[in-house]
Design a protein around this ligand. Structure first.
Ligand SMILES: NC(=O)c1ccc[n+]([C@@H]2O[C@H](COP(=O)([O-])OP(=O)(O)OC[C@H]3O[C@@H](n4cnc5c(N)ncnc54)[C@H](O)[C@@H]3O)[C@@H](O)[C@H]2O)c1
Length: 435
């Protein structure tokens, strides 16, 4: 099929490349000229394992076209996917749909032909209806608006696209399901569940799904607070409750606040959608509050570990992205923790395998180090914030001779017994301290 992705970010680029890889011709459009220029030079503007190779393969095979020419891309395609951002509006919980509506208007004014427009962006329930109103107002008829929310996770995005648990298609026109099933046949034949529902249903599934996952993370994070007070290992709790099939073991790892480009904005978005409909989603509201408060608990813990006065203390961060295998910094705990510690006079350094060098360059007392060793060598405290694979086997004794070195592991990456054997002063989340 001939497809067009409007927005070549984390979702548009990965899904566009993967659609090309299963034999479709895909136009990836972005208004950001530098992104498109990079892509045409064979360089991915985002860090996602395996993506560069897949882009090169499909670009060379002429199945993948990167362009800023939306009109040409739309007219060359049968199905157009909206993959633009839907951030939170500044100073509110509401979803900013301006990028979606702008791209819809651009599509409509670009073509006179019949097109299927699919919202892959996460949009509030009823957005498809609003888009139809816009089209009607412009006295146009030949567009079919459907919803196909995306569930891929950064860092595992290619695998998630190829082997999704389910593909959700929401449409009020049942004839469309057949066409979308054909598009997704290569994934369905490998076991993906093809689930059809109303357009509103599909829109709401995405928000409900993200809010549920955020709730699960927040629940185990709060339980980990209790574990710290009661000298219980939260990993035992995760295993003990996660072995119950009704609960399931995933998303039960205690750690820092959830971050990234989706959970924070989608939980807020869902609350605002509910409020608009005069529904009180009290659970989701509590989740948002608890998550926002989590960074304060971590900073309190840091003071407990190295004292209330952190002036001139050397603190090294391992990882600053919100999760491993991505360069995405949106709503990462590091964005709050690093400025806080620098303001208190600590000398902060950081290293991240994604190469996020410039993120904190404007902050006094903060510097990027090129590798793990340089970053950790003189530190008083090492904070492990993101569980990149290359951090798993660090020999802290070898790279840091400071007898008072303390390690605060926010991802429970290291084995407690091994840390005890090595006589490390080691603090983690919801597990007994070693000091
Ligand atoms: N990032 C994820 O892991 C993820 C997962 C599932 C769903 N989503 C949803 O997918 C949507 C996109 O998220 P993302 O992370 O890919 O965003 P992103 O910010 O990485 O990418 C959006 C892209 O759209 C481009 N754009 C905006 N308006 C445009 C226009 N009119 N024409 C052409 N290009 C335009 C921007 O320049 C940008 O490159 C959001 O609604 C998000 O909630 C994201």
């Amino acid at each position: 099929m001939k497809l067009c992705m409007i927005g070549t970010g984390y979702v548009g680029l990965v899904s566009g490349t993967c659609f090309a890889d299963i034999g479709n011709q895909v136009y990836c459009v972005d208004k950001d000229v530098s992104k498109i220029n990079k892509l045409n030079l064979g360089i991915s503007p985002i860090y996602e394992p395996g993506l560069n190779e897949l882009i090169k393969k499909n670009y060379t095979a002429n199945r993948l076209i990167f362009t800023t020419d939306l009109k040409k891309a739309v007219n060359s395609s049968d199905i157009i996917f909206i993959c633009v951002g839907t951030p939170t509006k500044k100073g509110s919980l509401k979803v900013d749909l301006s990028y979606v509506y702008k791209s819809i208007k651009e599509i409509i004014s670009s073509t006179k032909n019949k097109k299927i427009i699919v919202t892959k962006s996460t949009v509030p329930v009823g957005t498809g209806d609003e888009i139809e109103k816009i089209i009607k107002k412009l006295k146009r008829k030949n567009f079919e608006i459907i919803s196909n929310p995306e569930f891929l996770r950064e860092g595992d995005a290619i695998r998630d696209f190829r082997y999704p648990d389910r593909i959700v298609i929401g449409s009020n026109n049942k004839k469309i399901f057949k066409k979308m099933r054909t598009l997704y046949t290569p994934l369905i034949s490998k076991g993906a569940k093809f689930f059809t529902t109303s357009r509103r249903g599909a829109e709401l599934i995405k928000y409900a799904s993200n809010a549920f996952l955020a709730t699960k993370i927040t629940f185990i994070n709060e339980i980990s607070n209790l574990c710290e007070k009661t000298e219980v290992n939260v990993e035992d709790i995760s295993l003990g409750i996660g072995s119950d099939n009704r609960i399931g073991s995933r998303f039960l790892r205690a750690g820092p606040a959830y971050g990234g480009s989706c959970f924070p904005k989608d939980t807020k978005g869902l609350v605002s959608i509910a409020e608009k409909n005069k529904i009180n989603l009290s659970i989701v509201k509590s989740v948002i509050k608890s998550n926002q408060n989590r960074v304060n608990l971590h900073t309190k813990r840091i003071h407990k570990i190295i004292g209330s006065n952190v002036r001139n203390k050397k603190i090294a961060f391992l990882g600053v992205t919100f999760k491993p295998n991505t360069d995405d910094m949106r709503d990462s705990t590091s964005l709050k923790m690093i400025p806080y510690l620098c303001k208190k006079g600590a000398k902060v350094s950081y290293y991240d395998p994604s190469g996020k060098k410039k993120e904190f360059s404007k902050i006094k007392n903060c510097k990027y180090e090129n590798d793990i060793k340089n970053n950790c060598k003189n530190a008083d405290l090492i904070i492990l914030l993101t569980e990149w694979d290359e951090f798993k086997t660090i020999d802290f004794k070898k790279i840091n001779k400071n007898k008072n070195l303390r390690i605060y592991d926010l991802r429970n990456l290291y084995n407690l017994d091994q840390m005890k054997d090595k006589k490390m002063k080691y603090y983690s989340v919801g597990r007994p301290d070693i000091n």
